[in-house]
Design a binder for this molecule. Structure first.
Ligand SMILES: [Zn+2]
Length: 237
């Protein structure tokens, strides 16, 4: 962990979190809704991109600072680990996207297409750039296969147990598979496994606390991201 890169990651993370706050706020609506187009407090129209506050009542869009601090923490860890390497931009992008998606998933139990679908071409482009700079096209091929594998695994699980995993989980799994596959097959397997372990531990804790029943749908995005980040940080190379 390089402390200078980690500090740079924390600063960049604060800025990135502030930059995506308006988008996260607008997309934090149940599926089928067009988007959160008005402030829930004063009904003023939601400001355009890059806004952090309502134009009417000047209140923060969403919980103040939560998104910025979460993004800062994730980018500090990722840049501290991968700073100075050709893939740092791609892996940092995955971190910022993941925090934005998980924030929405916790709020409204979905991972919206307007974030997951454009992430594929962006992440693949960034990884292609890293492959060119680092002369590592085997890693790029592995990333693409990793994305297919993890999305395929989640698709299979969604078919076996309908209602537990949604289409958003499958698309986010494909994105995580790209980043994990880039770092190696052991990282991909560890990241996928940790996602299920974290989810099982959280489900047991919630069951014990009687906060959910066996049939409750829980957001899977936080565990998928948590498992992926832990595996990425543990990746040896
Ligand atoms: Zn307002």
């Amino acid at each position: 962990m390089n402390p200078i890169w980690a500090a740079a990651g924390a600063v960049l993370g604060l800025l990135a979190g502030a930059a995506v706050r308006g988008t996260v706020f607008r997309l934090s609506v149940p599926s089928g809704h067009a988007g959160q187009l008005a402030c829930p407090r004063c009904s003023a129209p939601t400001p355009r991109r890059l806004a952090r506050r309502c134009g009417g009542c000047r209140r923060s869009l969403g919980t103040p600072l939560a998104l910025e601090l979460a993004t800062a923490g994730v980018l500090a860890l990722l840049l501290g680990r991968f700073g100075g390497q050709p893939d740092v931009v791609a892996l940092g992008f995955f971190g910022v996207l993941g925090v934005a998606l998980v924030t929405i998933d916790i709020a409204v139990q979905r991972l919206p297409d307007p974030l997951t679908l454009p992430a594929y071409p962006i992440l693949i482009t960034l990884l292609t750039g890293a492959a060119i700079v680092g002369h590592d096209f085997a890693a790029l091929l592995r990333a693409l296969l990793g994305g297919l594998c993890l999305a395929g695994l989640y698709l299979l699980l969604a078919l076996i147990r309908p209602g537990q995993l949604g289409g958003g989980d499958i698309k986010f799994a494909g994105i995580a598979g790209l980043a994990l596959g880039w770092l190696g097959w052991p990282v991909l397997i560890l990241g996928a496994a940790l996602g299920f372990v974290l989810s099982a531990l959280a489900s047991l804790a919630l069951l014990a606390a009687r906060r959910v029943t066996l049939h409750s749908a829980i957001s899977f995005g936080p565990y998928l991201l948590g498992g992926a980040l832990l595996a990425m940080l543990a990746a040896g190379r």
